[in-house]
Ligand binder design. Sequence first.
Ligand code: G2I
Length: 450
Amino acid sequence: MTVNAGRRAAPRRAVLAGAAGLLTAVLVVGLTTAAQAGTTLGASAAEKGRFFGTAVAASRLSDSAYTTILNREFNQVTPENEMKIDATEPNQNQFSYGNADRIVSHARSNGMQVRGHTLAWHSQQPGWMQNMSGSTLRNAMLNHVTQVATHFRGQVTWWDVVNEAFADGSGGGRRDSNLQRTGNDWIEAAFRAADAADPNAQLCYNDYNIDNWTDAKTQGVYRMVQDFTSRGVPIDCVGLQSHFTGGSNYPGNYRTTLSSFAALGVDVHITELDIRNAPVDAYRNVTNDCLAVARCKGITVWGIRDSDSWRSGESPLLFNGSGQKKSAYDAVLTALNNGTSQPTGTPTTPPPTTTPPPSGSCTASITPGTVWGDRYNTSVDVAGAGTWSVVVAITSPQKISSTWNGSPTWDSSGNRMTMRSNGSGNTFGFTTMTNGNSSARPQIVSCSAG
Ligand code: G2I
């Protein structure tokens, strides 16, 4: 754990120093022309020690209406497609950085930080990579990570090292892909290669549908990050893409998800925010949730105007096609201006490796135990409270057959167990009979203190 924290201490200082610089600039402006402070998304976020960014397409940099908004409102950019594998290595070992370099250059000359997106992904692979497998693919992937992270060394603040590696659905496991088939350690191998190529970049895992804390996919990513931080795999941050649509709405427990990841000792970023029809409430809630979590360092929207969006038909962004601010823009800016400040003036104090959970709640994390043919063990560690009750959901027809170090009660379906502390410490465990379903795994529903 401390290996991880120590390794990332220097880049973290660099990021905060950058934010502090922005803050200083904003404060100086504020002293001279007070009306300027907090009147744009980027300036207001910087006052709170955070970034507010957008995805940028190189093809739009020649559109002055676009760059006017970009330069005025945002202090962070993510190239929307230009750093993907098919763009940067279209032929094996022939690297192509023109469009990505144009975005980086624009960003840096306008004081914006850059998020690199993305070094390793099952999608947008060039044809030569799609046809590879095994150690040939593993080596090609690692070479790609090394080459690209080296090219942008010193220019990219954060890298989405690995993107979208977990499966949707109930299992909480990895997505099948050619990369996954090279071995389960492909993700940590990519992080180690990125770390070696650019030790000062902040290294992130990025995914969608990891917004709802009780979803199996969220829990699966959480367990991976927990495993990485405990073993010293170099990871600094988790990106929640947060593409909210009718089928994947803003969840009421979003803040719990942010704070739970943060409690693992990583920063959290909202990396690709867009919301169908741009409802004011959801945009406000997302902003407030980020501001409520000290390690939520910033928000990136996935495009500037609705017409720039990958799903423009849903009008999910903060500016309309004419570049005018929408109601959601006002809601976000107001939330930013009213929000919690980050201690940007003291950037050298490292943040704690665990963040206290919100009062009245606690954090429960699952560690898988021994698996037999017909049953398996699970243990749960509770942090943030001395006395607690944890609700665990089981997937029928699985059934919990025995428990230890806690006092269980059951709901009428038998699929939910509430485990209360009984003075035996902060770790409890149980055995689950698979009853024919060997893939489902228990999920934490909630953790309440007291
Ligand atoms: O799908 C939305 C996002 C989900 N998370 C990862 C992001 O990287 C992803 O972004 C989208 C871009 O917004 C799209 O612009 O990723 C798509 C696939 O990479 C992008 O679409 C691609 C089209 O598939 C290509 O046909 C097209 O040439 O955009 C390219 C450039 O317009």
